[in-house]
Design a protein around this ligand. Structure first.
Ligand code: GLC
Length: 548
């Protein structure tokens, strides 16, 4: 493994749902040895870092985000030794692995909660947030709106309410209890000592509760997360923390720490944070053929410290969240992208990338081109690299978590048994048609295009490190920005519409240069001069032009 403490600045991330990736023992559920057997595939794609969804013992009422034991592996997935083997095999291929760190809550079957709920005098009572009244913290919103009607649930054993920001089967831990705060840091140490490279930290805005606030992003939460970072810096200096805070850009900025007035001061909280607000705006821009909102949100995104990085994504294992858009835009997005009553879920849309984009190869490539060139490190959601479909009729978010489609054989190469969730097998997205084996053999496949994006992106560090200046919006159908450092500049240009477009840019600072199309889609381009530089774009065309 190369050592480089800023490795994440230009890394390609890949999100894996273990249960759906590859089943090695024929029980219909993906597992750690299965994933290990597919590392060569991920290496071929060019992935630098895997993020594994929670793999710990759990009743799986929230697909593992309800943890019942932080120190073991769920028996469906294998053993701690299997995990260590996965990590060392990944490292041998130059790949890193981060795990999910669920700090905010446990399962109601975690022994701490089982004890806590027994009596008000339980030594574990204070591990969770109990109250005589369900009227406290009224300003905190409900997140799982379609299932929960309150953040409090009455527990008949002691006639008190317990606090939970997600399902009632996920009681929130009480971070005002120093024992809880310390214990969770030990959980982090436990997995770090198994050799991993950091964590994706789940649901971090909600760790503390304070009356009179919305109980999100509180100063106490930031203080605790800074403490977590200190432990990592001191004990595991190359490990990263990637924060999941579904917040507006100005509320996300504090999660990097440092000094907001001075981006040269190093960040001292999360190394990385998902850029939630830009994601739905990419989909809106594509639907309306209008770049305005993407540019607007990026302009509202504060500068981050130089040792920090955004993580940008198009889709993940959850619904496509519409929390960070206006109520009007939410209605619009539901109208545009969720026409069937099974598609909306909570404040989002439970669909995968390819179906959202009408399985139109041009739009899928365009969206990925934006993902790979915007500021931040891109993350690919498993299966989206081959354009997998979804099943909106499955429970909760399972429809976007169906088994990976490896081959056209029965079981899709995922399992020899009945898979835990039915394989997609319709005419358009079925595994018989959409699968890894077929796409690896086809130079024109989406997989090979994605592989090309990955390799060009990795060979173009300015895309990871450079500043981003949006080009003036003379034609709003074209999203264009210059990624640049002092030595390198790449102009990314995207036609958001299904019609040819023409744009002109002032590139006079690069006069005399001949742009090189990094993706090799254009043979030769005219030299840049001091007059506006014209570019003709095909429908849904995209270009990464090296101009320096
Ligand atoms: C995060 C996860 C989601 C989970 C929730 C509660 O948002 O991405 O899948 O349900 O946290 O843990």
């Amino acid at each position: 493994m190369k050592t480089d403490s800023l490795w994440y600045k230009n890394a390609i991330f890949y999100e894996v749902h273990l249960r759906s990736f590859c089943d090695s023992n024929g029980d219909g559920k993906g597992d750690l040895p299965g994933l290990t057997s597919k590392l060569d595939y991920l290496q071929e794609l060019g992935v630098d870092c895997l993020w594994l969804l929670p793999m710990f013992p759990s009743p799986l009422k929230d697909d593992g985000y309800d943890i019942a034991d932080y120190h073991h592996i769920h028996p469906d997935y294998g053993t701690v030794e299997d995990f260590e083997r996965l990590v060392s095999e990944a490292h041998a291929r130059g790949m890193r692995v981060i795990a999910d760190l669920v700090l905010n809550h446990t399962s109601d079957l975690h022994p701490w909660f089982v004890e806590s709920r027994k009596s008000k005098d339980s030594p574990y009572r204070d591990y969770y947030v109990w109250s005589d009244s369900d009227r406290k913290y009224k300003e905190a919103r409900i997140i799982f709106l379609d299932t929960e009607s309150s953040n409090w649930t009455l527990d008949p054993a002691t006639n008190q309410y317990y606090w939970h920001r997600f399902y009632s089967s996920q009681p929130d831990l009480n971070y005002d209890n120093p024992v809880v705060a310390d214990t969770m840091i030990d959980v982090l140490r436990f997995w770090m000592d198994k050799g991993i490279d950091g964590f994706r930290a789940d649901a971090v805005p909600y760790l503390f509760e304070r009356e009179g606030t919305n109980c999100e992003n509180l100063p106490e939460t930031h203080d605790y997360l800074k403490r977590v970072r200190r432990v990592l810096n001191e004990e595991y200096p190359e490990a990263i923390l990637l924060g999941e805070a579904n917040q507006w850009p100005w509320d996300l900025r504090p999660y990097f720490g440092g000094d907001e007035a001075d981006p040269t001061v190093p960040g001292n909280e999360f190394h990385m944070a998902f850029h939630f607000p830009v994601m739905p705006r990419i989909f809106k821009a594509l639907a309306l053929g209008d770049a305005t909102d993407v540019i607007d949100i990026m302009h509202k995104t504060p500068a981050i410290p130089h040792n920090s990085q955004w993580c940008v994504f198009l889709r993940n294992h959850d619904e496509l969240t519409l929390e960070m858009v206006t109520p009007e835009d939410r209605e619009l997005m539901w109208k545009l992208y969720a026409p069937h009553p099974r598609m909306p879920l909570n404040l989002g849309i439970r669909r995968r990338l390819a179906p959202l984009l009408d399985n139109d190869r041009r739009k899928i490539e365009l969206a990925n081109s934006i993902l790979f060139t915007l500021p931040g490190a891109p993350i690919i959601y498993y299966g989206d690299e081959i354009g997998m479909g979804d099943n909106i009729f499955l429970f909760d978010r399972n429809g976007v978590r169906t088994p990976m489609q490896w081959t056209a054989e029965p079981g899709a190469g995922f399992s020899t048994a009945e898979p835990w969730a039915s394989l997609i097998d319709d005419a358009e997205y079925g595994y018989q048609k959409i699968n890894v084996a077929a796409q690896q053999n086809d130079p024109a496949s989406l997989f090979n295009t994605m592989k090309h994006f990955v390799s060009v992106r990795k060979a173009t560090p300015v895309l990871g490190w450079g500043a981003c200046d949006f080009m003036p919006l003379t034609n709003k159908a074209v999203l264009a920005y210059l990624r640049h450092t002092e030595r390198e500049a790449v102009l990314a240009v995207h036609n958001l519409t299904g019609r040819p477009q023409t744009v002109q840019f002032d590139l006079s600072e690069f006069a005399g240069r001949v742009p090189v199309d990094l993706l090799g889609r254009r043979d030769s381009l005219p030299e840049i001069s001091t007059v506006p530089y014209g570019i003709n774009l095909e429908p849904f065309d995209y270009l990464w032009l090296k101009v320096s």
